[in-house]
Design a protein. Structure first.
Length: 157
């Protein structure tokens, strides 16, 4: 009895896997019919850890092309991602400063009278905002060094 039950369970698991594989293949065939964001999403891969010697992506493209030539595929596009984390940090600081200023400049708040005078100083706010704007401009004018991340789009799944 245990043998029969075990055999039926294994058979059911195998059948479920087979059905899932067929369903998966059919859904990707449907995605291949229309060229929309789903088509692009199914064919795009995020690659990280690109060595510093190949930050232009030439070596990565060659390796992928060699591998895909055996599968009759090819790379449609390869986009190296620059590091934007410094710019995002500065923009976050600017947003926080603006939020703090809006919160403190509103005289309708109950705690406005308890806020120290140095935080109410408009001149200090403007000076700090100018510093952040300068840092943002300097960061955006710097030479862009790739981050070691890339997005690769293939012609087939």
């Amino acid at each position: 009895m245990v043998f029969v039950h075990t055999f039926l369970t294994i058979h059911l698991v195998q059948k479920t896997r087979r059905d899932a594989r067929v369903s998966y293949q059919m859904s990707y065939k449907e995605m291949s019919k229309k060229r929309d964001h789903e088509w692009l999403k199914a064919r795009t891969l995020h690659i990280r850890g690109i060595p510093e010697e190949d930050r232009a992506g030439i070596g990565l493209r060659m390796v992928l092309e060699v591998f895909l030539s055996e599968q009759n595929g090819r790379v449609l596009d390869l986009q190296i991602v620059p590091p934007f984390h410094h710019i995002l940090d500065i923009e976050t600081q600017i947003r926080d400063l603006k939020d703090l200023n809006m919160l403190l400049s509103s005289k309708e708040n109950d705690f406005y009278c308890c806020v120290p005078r140095k935080y109410k100083d408009v001149q200090k706010y403007e000076t700090q905002m100018e510093k952040y704007e300068e840092k943002l401009e300097q960061e955006s004018m710097r030479r862009i060094v790739p981050s070691g991340h890339a997005f690769v789009c293939f012609d087939s799944i």
